[in-house]
Design a protein. Structure first.
Length: 247
């Protein structure tokens, strides 16, 4: 069952989401779009604030972002000159049949109602087109403080769930391929706290629960030997890309 409360919680923090969430490595997006012509027609489904949209556009492709949350759409429009996000969802894409060479999804596929979403993605894709959900997953294996941060703020590494759950996209698609890419971002301590405050767990928590998370994150920053006194903190990710072709 899709948790719409959590799925639509991000608009209230759209500006901070755009500032503090990591971008996607170009090599991961290139792999997702491998085999497509230059200036392909790409739909960014669940586009959020346009973080993935901007990477795709920088690679020379035409992008149509689709996003259900009005706050996220407004931030995408403000941060991405020349593009206007379409109001729509994975289950109801406001585009004609066969318009897209590829449909990408950044950090949002787990919110989809899978069966109707797969049918909609297949509808807007041309035959042979690409469907590719992408996730940036913190690498909790890299340092003990990252695992502790995940525990404090419920930032659980769901890569194991993804690897087990993303096994196919329905009868309209061929087999799923997987690639992983190393990725890193640098944040100040305050930016790291800002990133935590863009997570659905924090956004849907009570004021008391939010204060408790903030306190524990600040305590971790002040006490962990790998973090104390650091002006910037390197946060490692694994970028997972699942790719399948429309039959």
């Amino acid at each position: 069952m899709v948790d719409h409360t959590h799925a639509l919680s991000f608009g209230a923090a759209a500006s901070d989401y755009d500032r503090f969430r990591p971008t996607y490595p170009e090599e991961a997006v290139r792999w997702a779009l491998d085999g497509l012509n230059d200036a392909a027609q790409v739909v960014d489904l669940g586009a959020g604030t346009g973080i993935l949209t901007r990477v795709v556009r920088a690679l020379g492709h035409q992008v149509r972002p689709v996003e259900p949350d009005p706050g996220m759409r407004a931030q995408l429009d403000a941060a991405t000159p020349g593009l206007t996000a379409l109001a729509g969802s994975a289950e109801s894409v406001p585009l004609p049949d066969g318009i897209a060479d590829a449909v990408l999804v950044g950090q949002a596929y787990h919110w989809f109602d899978k069966e109707p979403a797969h049918a909609e993605v297949a509808r807007v894709l041309r035959p042979g087109g690409t469907f590719a959900p992408i996730w940036n997953v913190r690498d909790d294996r890299a340092a003990s403080w990252i695992a502790e941060l995940s525990r404090i703020a419920d930032l659980r590494d769901n890569s194991g769930d993804l690897l087990q759950q993303v096994t196919g996209f329905g009868p309209a698609f061929g087999p799923v391929e997987l690639a992983q890419f190393a990725h890193r971002t640098r944040l100040t301590p305050e930016q790291l706290l800002g990133m935590v405050r863009t997570r659905s767990y924090w956004l849907t928590a009570s004021p008391q629960e939010r204060d408790e998370v903030d306190r524990k994150v600040r305590d971790l920053l002040a006490s962990h030997p790998d973090l104390t006194g650091r002006e910037t903190i390197e946060l490692p990710y694994r970028t997972l890309v699942f790719r399948a072709r429309r039959r």
